[in-house]
Design a binder for this molecule. Sequence first.
Ligand SMILES: *Cc1c(COP(=O)(O)O)cnc(C)c1O
Length: 560
Amino acid sequence: MPKPVAYFSMEIAIDSAIPTYSGGLGVLAGDTIKAAADLGVPMIAVTLLHRKGYVRQSFSPEGWQMEAPEHWEPEQLLVRCQPVVDVPLRDRILHVQAWKRLEVGVSGHTVPVIFLDTDVPENTEPDRRITDSLYGGDQNMRILQELVLGVGGARMVKALGYPANTLYHMNEGHAAFLLLELLPDGWERHGGTDVDRVRHHAVFTTHTPVAAGHDVFSAPMLEEHLGAGLLAKAAPLIENGALNMTRLAMRFSGTVNAVARKHMDVTKRMFPESELLAITNGVHAVRWTAAPFAKLFDRHLPGWRQRSEQLRQASIIPTEEIGEAHREAREQLLHLIQARYGMPFGGSGILIGFARRSTEYKRPLLLFRNLPRLMEIAAQFGPINILFAGKAHPRDDWGKHLLKQVHEIAAKSGDLVRVAILPNYDTGLAASLVAGVDLWLNTPRAPLEASGTSGMKCALNGVPSLSVADGWWLEGGIQGVTGWVIKSPLNEGGTGAIEQDDADAHALYEQLERHVLPCFANHPDQWLEVMRNAISVNGSFFNTHRMVDQYRMLAYERFA
Ligand SMILES: *Cc1c(COP(=O)(O)O)cnc(C)c1O
């Protein structure tokens, strides 16, 4: 019998009606759970309830992001579980209850998803709000949320009857307090066996080379919040006056992995003491394949729902049918934009999608760095239409400034280069966008994109990417075959951001002018081939069926 896997993630995007995620980390978690359900992995997933979601985004007339809570009704969508567990804090006990949803796989296997909730009458009023807002509040709120997730989550898994040999998989370092919960008192004096036991039951996936993605809690902060038992276990791990959650997770996890090969190299440089694997991310094929393509696959590739690698045989699908399915998906996207935003959009020319969290390293302005040059290219090949979406974190003023600048460009845009901003990016909009655009653009500042997943969603719908050589695209991008690769001598960084951005923008325009648009405008047959290759080469591999299989072989069954 394989060991049960308890999969911990601060955010999980499992259903478009449950807004308990902010971006890629949560979507990956949702897609992992869906694949585990399909493949019969004995998994239980744990997250926080986030009663007020992340943020509902709108814009002021000047283009400044405004945020409101995203209300939803857990009572309508989830079932309350019986157990209530305690999380001991320095001066009080937190009571944590849980809500459950069952994710049902393609053959009927289920994975329970547990949403932890501190809104119980036994808690003080401020404590009842701890599980309200994803990434809301200050560092004090963050450490409390992570204690609920790590300690409350581990206790809840036990209270729900999971056995002692359960394996704990941490999706990012937010849940690493669970390791302190698993370690025995006085672990540092016990010699190796207790620590090895924990290590053989812990898997850690790190997700970003960006510093803000790695939580660090100061010693006073730990003393302020942790109960005495946990604090004593944490004390030997404090370095330079603080506890680094990534180092904690790496130290006590028997298997540590990065989310793409390049990300593994970058992470090794950041944490030279760690042994690391690379398990490249994927997306859940059935979730992200739009209806017109799902119909096509059902007809030509029966079995693709059970095993996504069947998409490899997409080369037998006639390209005319791929073109027809794409026209349908494009229509559906334009309908959605009309219905959701009251915005007519369409007309001739290429439709480019750019959507992700708005943050500096993702460089949403790179395409517009030399606007006259972009207009000149459009004058040669026809209008360039850009659909833009993404939320900035409420405290990321830089990310909000970028959005404001995109608004200013959109306001000026004319017939040659047209930009439309679609507020409140979420998985519902993403599903239509990744299928309905003609081309997906991704311009991170290398090497900061750990993996990226939107381009994988696109590939399932035959939408090629034009993307910087970073993250997953270093593995999936084949110039002129699955899409186009933005590569410049300064791609690797190290020179200074301005020089790197100039060089990458130049390379981006070169790709558009010499390769992408000539193919789109003048060689429709060749374009259809690229679409089909995106499905057969990338859709068949960059999916969570393959990814969860690798987790099983390389991590879950490693210390069987
Ligand atoms: C897929 C997805 C993301 C993640 O996109 P990346 O390309 O990995 O940055 C973020 N937000 C939503 C709503 C998504 O569907």
